[in-house]
Design a binder for this molecule. Structure first.
Ligand code: ATP
Ligand code: MG
Length: 441
């Protein structure tokens, strides 16, 4: 059945005793928003990832609320509220660090409501989606069935218009409605499919998959700024390793990072793939143990191989290593910006991580002491050790700097004295072309 064709679908309703979502699982701020809307006689539901994750026994990342109140009406109910988004106008209600996103029911593209529905552009892409509708319409214009479950604050039931509970139980990710139409409306849904499949360990349903293979190229038409946001969510959700494998499987990765994919495809078992895999495993570990991650490091990793390739080109000319690295970095970033944007501050940090790699050779005198106080030292050091782990001939450097940081001031001085000259000697040897250096691979 094409759900988008059904005029008035009757929902399945799971009453309070038939599911295990309790109000205790929902954040205070989300409950406040739900109750304030309800008390003002609006409909109010928790929807999306919050309901999905609670039903799966997982901790939700955030809570999304949906209502029949218009954005302006929502704003008038909350002091701490601002309206955002042009393409998709909604309210953000802030409570300290937590933001509750409050959307108004939207009409689906071929709904019969008399409202215009979303504005479609080239390839059937949704440009603006601000035609308000009913909950039935709202349920059908959501992306995947499992993301279209509504928790009703009125009677604590879960309302299901799209047979989502079946998919949730069976671990299936299925796009709502006709897959080709829905991916054309918004190609980012293909990236979302991969993100949820990886995070939840769900399998993507056959017709949904087939449409992804067919329309993968449309990802290139998505604005670079939106792709930057999606890339961050894809790789910083705690399942980067699985996400990366799926992105490559569906051909999506090459649309996001074409230069990286070309470099990886050349050497399927070699250093490049090992390096990226190690780094992503490391990212997952950090996120899953509550540590900080930065997009600058992620991009530094993903673009490292293209940078090294490009460096070779400059090294063949008359450029020294530093200049070659600088030029290569500049070229690779300029090229990547055509696909995903990268905010300037991360762009700067990413270059620093690369350029600092050559400073690890200098272990004598006062240089190590100065270097460890550099604001990017830690990121550059992590990057160096990842390179070593992935098989570059840098194990000794990684070990030396690990010990140096762990040592007391006294031992550190001895270390930099006894290594005296070796950094400089090695540097000379390397820069004549022997040994492994940054541009070697
Ligand atoms: P999480 O917050 O855990 O990443 P989520 O499912 O809540 O996952 P959000 O991006 O917060 O994802 O979006 C909230 C809900 O809005 C989704 O569950 C889905 O119902 C709907 N939605 C988001 N993006 C789209 C889209 N591109 N097309 C259709 N529906 C969407
Ligand atoms: Mg969410």
């Amino acid at each position: 059945m094409n759900l988008l064709d059904s005029k008035n679908p009757t929902p399945a309703v799971l009453k309070r005793p038939d599911h295990h979502i309790s109000r205790g699982d929902i954040s205070e701020p989300a409950l406040k928003v739900l109750y304030r809307l309800k008390d003002a006689d609006f409909q109010a539901y928790l929807v999306g990832g919050g309901v999905r994750d609670l039903l799966l026994g997982r901790e939700p990342k955030d809570f999304d609320v949906v209502t029949d109140a218009r954005p302006e009406q929502v704003r008038s109910l909350f002091r701490n509220c601002r309206l955002i988004g042009r393409r998709f106008r909604l309210a953000h209600v802030r409570f300290g660090r937590e933001i509750i996103e409050v959307a108004t029911f939207r009409a689906s593209p071929n709904s019969d409501s008399g409202s215009a529905g979303p504005t479609l552009g080239e390839h059937g892409r949704i440009i603006r989606d601000n035609a308000f509708g009913t909950i039935e319409q709202d349920a059908l214009r959501r992306d995947f069935t499992i993301n279209s479950l509504y928790y009703d604050i009125n009677d604590f039931s879960v309302v299901d218009y799209v047979d989502a509970m079946d998919d949730l139980r069976r671990g299936v990710l299925r796009i709502i409605g006709d897959p080709l139409t829905r991916f054309r409306e918004d190609p980012v849904r293909m990236l979302r499919a991969v993100r949820f499949a990886a995070k939840l360990g769900f399998r993507i349903e056959a017709d949904t998959q087939a449409a992804m293979f067919e329309l993968v190229d449309l990802v290139k038409s998505v604005p670079a700024a939106r792709l930057y946001d999606e890339v961050s969510k894809l790789f910083h959700g705690g399942s980067a390793v699985e996400t990366f494998a799926l992105l490559r499987h569906y051909g999506l990765f090459s649309r996001l990072f074409p230069a990286t994919e070309t470099a990886l495809a050349k050497e399927e078992q070699g250093f490049p793939i090992t390096f990226v895999s190690h780094a992503l495993r490391n990212t997952d570990d950090r996120i899953n143990s509550g540590k900080h991650v930065t997009p600058a490091f992620l991009y530094a990793v993903l673009l490292w191989e293209p940078v090294r390739h490009r460096m070779k080109y400059y090294l063949r000319g008359d450029k020294g290593e530093t200049e070659a690295l600088q030029n290569a970095g500049r070229d690779v970033i300029a090229d990547q910006l055509r696909h995903t944007s990268i905010p300037k501050r991360f762009n700067v940090t990413m270059r620093e991580i690369w350029f600092l790699q050559s400073r690890f050779r200098f272990k004598s005198g006062k240089r190590p002491q100065r270097f460890v106080t550099h604001p990017r030292f830690r990121a550059a050091y992590d990057f160096l050790c990842l390179r070593a782990e992935a098989g570059e001939d840098l194990q000794d450097d990684c070990r030396w700097w690990t010990e140096y940081q762990a040592s007391t001031v006294k031992t550190a001085t001895v270390m930099s004295k006894t290594t005296g000259g070796s950094g400089a000697r090695r540097y000379r040897r390397r820069s004549t072309g022997a040994g492994t250096n940054i541009g070697d691979r």
